[in-house]
Design a protein around this ligand. Structure first.
Ligand code: ADP
Ligand code: MG
Length: 680
């Protein structure tokens, strides 16, 4: 048996089951070994029935003294109550599908049960426990692992498979330097694996989990360090004189806000110095980040350098392209636009002008990181909505210049500690003030009964010349189903909002179709836009004053906030309606927060409290590799240590050439996949 063997080499796994496991990313024995329990059941000791505590899981044994149906006994789904007694007390054991179960219990015989203890009218109850007849060899006394569900595979099967893997533990050798193992008091990897799956007590689980979390975070941090090292020596950065930006600032039709001024102060300081800028600007949607970026690009152009701005979607890239072209038109600064679906001839023209230096500013999608994109002298790299890009994409873009200044803009307010991890050594500026004269968006919650009134209001706004967005929820990975639900809404609203022309936009439409719809909405020809969340990122139509979100319970707070940010961009009062049919507490709290505040930072904090860090900071949405056992926020203390250890290892051996680090290198490669190119 070898770690790299396919799991079909295990007893009980054939092609069909292997395919099921593959769907969960488990293909080799090693993958299965690192598939850890999500919790444990403590079945070491039996609790006397008299000592059972309501609300806790417990193992208890007793004699069946009665069996009783609480309805028509000839119906299949009639609940069955089995009364179980020991020396201390009695408990009712309830099964809802009683008919199947009844014959498994014999009067006056002994059984063991494991389940959650509850109570009903002062009587102890246990609903749907797992049970065994006394003496059944499967009735284990110990700590049992409970694995994340794999469809069609029972917990018992999963446990048996893990039992088969036990001889493999010894194959997993210590791969960290002794010095680090000792200093951070780490358990050995073989010990950690064994005790994650088959612990004897809780302390072993803790030390094992610590080791495995440490490993995972060490690999993550080492990978990030590696990327950073290879990436740049930023002591010799492009120097841009920021003074000229004052001319551009004077030409703006408004005064900069306090937040914009302080962000600009940070940026201009960075650009003027010999160390390349590496800065993250956080600011709510509409806080005016783009204007600040424009000042930086203006200064770069006047200092003789090119800038590039990368946006996550074509719609957004085009929008930025159009507004930058307009904003820079008076200044003899040339803006080029690049995206993958452009005509080859157009693309070629842009690339030629870029290489010759005719284009001062390039705006585009991922297309700008392609190898055929060559700059004349790139001095400033800007990414918008950074959390949508991978680590590697940022790196590739930076490598297009000789130590260019880097500016990252994001509307996702993330806590500083986390930002430091995600973006490495980025300095952070926050824009927390909104432009003057902007009226806070009024947010109202509406249930299904008041839904009709919401659309009456929408119609009244259209009558006044305003525009509206209506969003239908997107169900992940089923864009087609979702497009249909947006479609149904579109059909309904076409009628309701007559005579105003409305349009539909969704993810499975062709790019040209989407563009045409957006263009017509931006031009004010289409009055209302029914969409899925494709409009979530960055679209700017100041005349739109109403945002209606249907089934708002299906969206997270951050997403609701992003969506709401589509309106309130002009001087007119804007409105947001959350239409929800959910009674759940979570959904109520979310709605309450949305109605109470417009401050993205406050909403982010509330979101953190409501959902817990794991869900919000799913690493994927930040462009980091997926983590299996660790949580960047919850395990912040381990992360700090793993980071120190990673720094140590990589300072000593920057290219991981030493044989002692071969294993680490391999793990980095596995974790980062295509994101990182390590010579092996
Ligand atoms: P962000 O990129 O942060 O979402 P934008 O830079 O797109 O925000 O700005 C949103 C809108 O606000 C734009 O129409 C912009 O011209 C305008 N704006 C930006 N700064 C100010 C300001 N200081 N005063 C008034 N309007 C501003
Ligand atoms: Mg923006």
């Amino acid at each position: 048996m070898n770690l790299r063997d396919n799991i079909t080499s295990l007893k009980g796994i054939g092609g069909k089951k292997a395919a099921v496991f593959a769907g969960y990313g488990i293909e080799t024995l090693e993958d299965l070994l690192y598939f850890f329990p999500r919790k444990y059941e403590d079945r070491r000791c039996e609790t006397p029935i008299g000592d059972l505590e309501v609300g806790k899981d417990a193992l208890f044994c007793g004699t069946v003294i009665s069996k009783r149906y609480s309805g028509n006994p000839y119906k299949r789904n009639t609940p069955l109550t089995v009364l179980v007694q020991d020396d201390t007390s009695m408990i009712e054991v309830v099964f809802f599908q009683g008919r199947y179960i009844e014959k498994l219990f014999h009067m006056n015989e002994q059984y063991s049960f494991y389940g959650r203890i509850s109570s009903s009218f002062d009587r102890l109850q246990c609903i749907h426990p797992e049970f065994h007849k006394a003496g059944d060899p499967a009735d284990i006394r110990g700590i049992l692992p409970v694995y994340p569900a794999i469809s069609g595979i029972s917990q018992n099967e999963l446990r048996k498979l893990q039992m088969q893997l036990r001889p493999l533990y010894q194959e997993v050798e210590e791969w960290l330097p002794t010095d680090i193992v000792e200093r951070y008091r780490l358990a050995g990897p073989a010990y950690a694996l064994e005790n994650m799956h088959f612990p004897i007590d809780g302390r072993q689980v803790l030390s094992s989990k610590y080791r495995l979390i440490f490993d995972e975070l060490l690999v993550l941090e080492s990978g990030l360090f590696y990327i950073k090292n290879e990436n740049r020596d930023d002591s010799d950065g492009v120097i841009i004189d920021p003074a000229s930006a004052a001319e551009f600032q004077k030409g703006l039709p408004f005064a900069l806000t306090e937040g914009q001024l302080s962000a600009w102060k940070d940026i201009s300081g960075d650009m003027a110095g010999p160390k390349a800028m590496n800065r993250l600007v956080q600011g709510d949607v509409g806080s005016g980040k783009t204007v600040v970026a424009e000042m930086a690009m203006y200064a770069a152009a006047k200092s003789g350098f090119q800038s590039v701005m990368m946006a996550p979607t074509e719609i957004l890239a085009k929008q930025h392209g159009a507004s930058l072209k307009a904003d820079f038109a008076p200044y003899d600064i040339h803006v080029g636009l690049l995206y993958s679906s452009m005509k080859v001839s157009e693309k070629r023209a842009v690339l030629t002008q870029l290489a010759s230096g005719e284009i001062d500013i390039l705006v585009g999608t991922h297309a700008v990181i392609q190898p055929d994109v060559i700059f004349h002298n790139l001095g400033l790299v800007i990414t918008d909505e950074q959390h949508r890009f991978g680590v590697n994409q940022r790196r590739l873009l930076t490598q297009k210049g000789k130590n260019p200044n880097v500016l990252v803009m994001t509307a996702t307010p993330i806590p500083r500690t986390l930002a430091v991890i995600l973006y490495g050594d980025l300095d952070i500026s926050q824009i927390r003030t909104m432009p003057k004269g902007r009226k806070p968006i009024k947010t109202t919650l509406a249930d299904m009964e008041r839904r009709a009134r919401v659309y009456d209001f929408v119609k009244a706004q259209l009558q006044e010349g305003r525009q509206a967005y209506v969003v239908a929820p997107l169900i992940e990975e089923s864009d087609k189903i979702n497009a249909k639900s947006a479609e149904a809404l579109y059909e309904e609203l076409k009628d309701r909002l007559k005579p105003y022309p409305i349009a539909l936009i969704h993810g499975s439409m062709k790019q040209e179709e989407k563009d045409a719809v957006m263009a017509s909405f931006a031009a004010g020809e289409t009055k209302a836009l029914v969409s899925t969340v494709v409009i979530e990122v960055g679209i700017n139509v100041p005349n739109a004053t109403v945002m209606v979100i249907e089934n708002s319970e299906r969206f997270g707070l951050a997403q609701l906030h992003q969506l709401r940010g589509r309106v309130g961009r002009g001087s007119d009062q804007s409105y947001c309606f959350l239409i929800s049919q959910s009674e759940s507490q979570l959904s109520k709290e979310r709605n309450e927060i949305m109605c109470r505040t417009n401050d993205g930072f406050e909403i982010a904090e509330a979101d953190l409290k409501l959902r817990g860090p794991g869900e919000i900071f799913g690493t994927r949405q930040h462009g980091l590799p997926e983590l299996h056992i660790s949580d960047l926020v919850r395990h912040g203390d381990v992360l700090e240590k793993a980071k120190d250890a990673a720094k140590e290892i990589l300072t000593e051996d920057p290219n991981l050439k030493s044989p002692a680090n071969a294993h680490l290198k391999q793990r980095i490669k596995k974790m980062f996949g295509d994101e990182i190119k390590l010579e092996l």
